[in-house]
Design a binder for this molecule. Structure first.
Ligand code: NAD
Length: 258
């Protein structure tokens, strides 16, 4: 029997950014596990272990490691673990962002130098760093996926300076896709519509953003973490092997509305 091109059986990879069962990273991990992949999961905050470890236990064969992307030793340990466990990986998902509240809640014009640099480091440059570590392990090519948002492209009320940060992330995806493509490494941004998560709760009036997205979306619903996970499976599978460098919207279509 031939394997479906949508299957991840025999594939291994890293899913970063789990905080709890609402996390987009968890939706990705669950879908990739269902599709047959073996996973290494990471969480960025030691206090999250009580939420994350039971989730990892549900996904058999998955293990969870603490990995703060600002801690070079923890990042190195993550890839050493992947190398020891499998000798290679097929995909990596970067699902994390951080902004100081004062900067996030103010005008772009007023955001602090330190706050901008911190948000760029955790939300954008960390994808570049993780890709650099992943490259030697992507021995048969593979897929690198990050999570962006529509505020990268158009001004979304209250998204503020995360708009420029996500714009830099999406531009990085295009450059990285071009640099790594000759090795068969595909690089993607997935841009979900608004989803109620811990990180999203930091955005002012987020409930209004949810209500507006739901009523304006062509599908008249919000995107879910499962929708995002299934798209990640497709992009990481053989079925997605002709795509690279783009931003894929998983938002019930709301991005097409003026
Ligand atoms: P979440 O709070 O569940 O996940 C955010 C993650 O970032 C957490 O696991 C947190 O530990 C991690 N993180 C923060 N600082 C870190 C650090 N120094 N090292 C390692 N990890 C760190 O929220 P989420 O909504 O699932 O966010 C995941 C990604 O999805 C983010 O990039 C976010 O911008 C993006 N996104 C979210 C939405 C939404 O509406 N929820 C929409 C579009 C894009």
């Amino acid at each position: 029997m031939s394997t479906s091109p949508f299957s991840l059986h025999g594939k291994t990879g890293i899913v970063t950014g789990l905080a709890n069962a609402d996390s987009i990273a968890y939706g990705c991990a669950r879908a990739m596990h269902q599709a047959g992949a073996e996973l290494l999961l990471t969480y960025g905050n030691a206090k999250a272990d009580k939420y994350v470890l039971p989730l990892a236990a549900e996904l058999s064969d998955s293990e969870a490691l603490l990995c703060d992307v600002q801690d070079d030793a923890q990042v190195a340990a993550l890839f050493e673990r992947a190398a020891t466990r499998w000798g290679k990986i097929d995909f990596l998902i970067h699902s994390m962002a951080f902004a100081l509240k004062d900067d996030l809640h103010g005008r772009v014009v007023d955001c602090s130098r330190e706050g901008f640099a911190l948000a760029m480091d955790i939300s954008c440059h960390s994808f570049i760093r993780l890709a650099r570590h992943a490259e030697p392990l992507l021995k048969d090519g593979g897929t690198l996926i990050t999570l962006s948002y529509y505020g990268a492209e158009k001004v979304v009320d209250n998204y503020n300076f995360m708009g420029p940060v996500k714009a830099a992330l999406e531009a990085s995806v295009r450059y990285m896709a071009t640099e790594l493509g000759p090795q068969g490494i595909r690089v993607h941004a997935i841009s979900p519509g608004p989803i109620k998560t811990r990180a999203a709760s930091g955005i002012a009036d987020f409930d209004q953003l949810l209500a507006s997205a739901e009523s304006r979306a062509p599908l008249r619903r919000l995107a879910t973490i499962d929708d995002v996970g299934h798209t990640a499976v497709f992009l990481a599978s053989e079925a997605g092997s002709g795509l690279s460098g783009g931003t894929t919207y998983v938002d019930a279509g709301v991005n097409v509305r003026a």
